[in-house]
Design a protein around this ligand. Structure first.
Ligand SMILES: *Cc1c(COP(=O)(O)O)cnc(C)c1O
Length: 240
């Protein structure tokens, strides 16, 4: 069993190598270490190994860990999990990034709470481009053939952009569990193309970032343009 330092060094080397092989700039790819269901001591070990960006999926865990580690002032929390509109408080309070914005109602709640707290939150809109039913997100299946889906997405983005406190910085997706290599390439490319398309339609959008790729498929996501890879088990080991 590799220790954490070795696992992290190996992942960073793989990110660097994949970037170079696919003509990407390694500096454009942010590793988000997904520490969900792992103890605070694991996060401290990863922090000591040089990591600063950590991903959490559950609001209670985010709040507990952020409180426990608030002395590490340059640590940045990425909330990557599905969020119910009644659970937004911890994200508004503690998250530095939110990767899974998938409903206007959640955006409105977050915006109100962020304004109260005087905080700003960069967000990724989660889009389901694969059509796998277990995946949440805005519906982006076959967006090229179905312009009404694109319209719905554009309207949602325009409404979210108007909300104080929220800053739309990118799109996020999750690949289906059973996809093969070609299928993974297709899903990630689809999200990258969608981002390009949305930027052309909504001129106020910044260059959209792409949160895609996990332990099993981050090489493919990088090849297709990922700017944020969310890696858990390859760093922290399997979750119980
Ligand atoms: C758990 C999780 C990850 C990390 O998964 P690994 O396979 O452990 O790398 C990434 N993204 C999301 C949204 C997750 O829930």
């Amino acid at each position: 069993m590799m220790d954490k330092q070795q696992a992290i060094t190996a992942i960073l080397a793989r990110i660097q190598q994949t970037a170079e092989q696919t003509s990407r700039n390694p500096a454009d790819i942010q590793l988000v270490a997904v520490s969900k269901r792992k103890p605070v001591t694991d996060i401290i070990a990863a922090y000591e190994a040089g990591l600063r960006h950590f991903g959490e999926n559950y609001t209670e865990e985010l709040a507990e860990k952020a409180e426990a580690l608030k002395h590490l002032s340059d640590l940045e929390w990425h909330f990557i999990g599905h969020l119910q509109s009644r659970q937004t408080k911890a994200v508004a309070q503690y998250a530095h990034y939110f990767h899974a914005l998938d409903r206007l109602k959640v955006a409105q709640r977050l915006s109100a709470q962020l304004s109260e707290l005087g905080r700003e939150l960069p967000v990724f809109l989660q889009v389901n481009v694969s059509g796998e039913e277990s995946k949440s997100g805005f519906d982006g299946v076959n967006w090229r053939q179905q312009p009404e889906k694109l319209e719905t997405l554009c309207t949602a983005i325009q409404e979210i952009i108007e909300l104080p406190g929220l800053r739309v910085i990118g799109l996020m997706t999750m690949a289906p569990f059973d996809a093969d290599t070609a299928g993974l390439h297709a899903v990630f490319k689809d999200l990258a193309d969608l981002a390009t398309h949305l930027q052309q339609k909504i001129s106020v959008l910044p260059q959209l970032k792409l949160s895609m790729g996990m332990s099993g498929d981050f090489d493919i996501a990088i090849a297709e343009g990922a700017t944020h890879v969310r890696i858990g088990s390859a760093i922290f080991g399997e979750r119980s």
